[in-house]
Design a protein around this ligand. Structure first.
Ligand code: CMC
Length: 391
């Protein structure tokens, strides 16, 4: 029957062929469909990038208009789904709500066994658009404010921020720099080849399961602190340093201490060993945002100090531990007023086009091989049944 090779966590196994995203961790390269992430981040908008990931080419103006219109027309969740929000206990984590609500879309929008292109594109539009509506609604529910419905007049990010923050009891003005920074955050998170959540989507999708349930499996995988939850951890670290009254020096010393399990959150990366290209792009926008008048958050001063110390400290330099994307994205989301427990939800919004591009690539592959890894069995050898319970 041949040999089974152990590859814990599949770190050295190519699980599929893919034409979507290229990464070179040593050189700090990330490209979507061949385009460098830096060029996409500076020149395009999230909906262009979503289209690119899904269709393989950047849209022309007609294609973008059609795609944006379809996203707007698909943005309202079925009115009956609103009852579900009332059923979640107070204080529910928005990622739990998101995973549940996205899975429940499968019951409201049945998927035929045979998918034609138009149906497939409609499903994709539903998911990309409705994940945003559900995200904003779950936040509104959590603070007990009335829901704000999506508007066909607004573009993707403006629509989201308005659903999140518009309120009958507060004045809310959209800030162009914040809109741009959130757009960029979504672009930079839109795909990252076979990471944990995308592999979950491909694994669940390979059984040809319902695509809404498949997308929900991606959300479940993303939820963990070792994956999508890291930017939230950056803010928790800064809050802890602030609460303890320090400036970060002590925390850095602890992170360097090999007898301590503490690490400087937002530094280092499993794949990018010299620099994280997404972090370089975000740093520029993060600096711009944090220097705006009125941004007087003590956590930002601590973050600047940590960044400065770590970038000049031999421990971090010799191990090539640079600030990663989560360091800057955590700061950007906080500056945008996004509550910390919503950070991973925004990551899920950004990653949805990537998950769906992988799902489409897989179901249109020459063969859809069901994901079915093997294992190395390390349990008991053969033994025979003996009665342990008198009967
Ligand atoms: N703070 C202090 N020391 C560190 C850190 C850190 N953040 N990261 C790595 N090290 C040390 C580690 O102790 C080891 O030291 P030594 O060689 O003396 O034993 C050395 O650097 C190499 O570390 P490693 O654990 O072999 O590196 P890795 O590639 O396995 O870990 C990592 C990568 C991201 C898990 C790790 O750097 C880390 O825990 N960082 C903090 C958490 C974080 O920011 N995670 C988000 C990463 S980006 C997520 C994404 O792209 O989705």
């Amino acid at each position: 029957t041949g040999y089974i090779t152990l590859d814990d966590g599949y770190g050295n196994t190519g699980a599929c062929e893919s034409a979507i995203t290229y990464i070179d961790g040593e050189k700090g390269i990330l490209r979507y469909r061949g385009y460098p992430i830096e060029e996409l981040a500076e020149n395009s908008r999230f909906t262009d990038v979503a289209y690119l990931l899904l269709h393989g080419e950047l849209p022309n103006i007609d294609q973008l208009t059609q795609f944006s219109t379809q996203l707007n027309e698909s943005s309202i969740i079925h009115e009956d789904m609103h009852h579900f929000f009332n059923g979640f206990p107070r204080g529910s984590h928005p990622m739990g709500i998101l995973a549940t609500m996205v899975a429940s879309l499968s019951t409201f929008y049945p998927v035929p066994d045979q998918l034609d292109t138009a149906t497939e594109i409609q499903i994709v539009a539903n998911l990309i658009s409705q994940v945003r509506t559900i995200a904003a609604f779950s936040y509104k529910k959590s603070i007990g404010e009335p829901l704000v419905y999506p508007s066909y007049k607004l573009k993707y990010v403006r629509n989201f921020l308005t659903m999140m923050f518009a309120s009958p009891v507060r004045d809310y003005q959209l800030d162009d720099d914040i809109v741009r920074a959130i757009d960029m955050f979504l672009i930079l998170h839109a795909d990252h080849e076979q990471n944990c959540s995308t592999s979950s989507v491909r694994t669940a999708g390979s059984s040809l399961a319902n695509v809404y349930a498949v997308a929900s499996s991606g959300i479940a995988a993303l939820w963990g602190p070792r994956h999508g939850g890291a930017n939230q951890e950056v803010i928790s670290m800064l809050e802890q340093i602030h609460a303890e009254g320090g400036d970060g020096t002590e925390f850095i010393n602890q992170a360097k201490d090999k007898n301590s399990s503490s690490r400087l959150m937002g530094f280092g990366h499993r794949v990018y060993k010299n620099f994280d290209p997404r972090a370089l792009v975000l740093k520029k926008h993060c600096d711009k945002l944090l220097n705006k008048p009125g941004m007087n958050d003590p956590l930002f001063d601590i973050a600047r100090r940590l960044e400065e110390i770590a970038l000049n400290d031999d421990y971090f330099i010799s191990r090539k531990l640079y600030p990663n994307v989560d360091f800057y994205s955590g700061l950007i989301l906080r500056a945008a007023g996004i509550p910390t427990n919503m950070f991973t939800v925004l990551f899920a919004m950004g990653r949805m086009p990537g998950w769906l591009a992988h799902w489409r690539e897989m179901i249109h592959g020459e063969t859809v091989t069901i994901y079915r890894p093997r294992q190395i069995y390390v349990g008991e050898p053969l033994r025979h049944y003996k009665n342990t319970i008198p009967r």
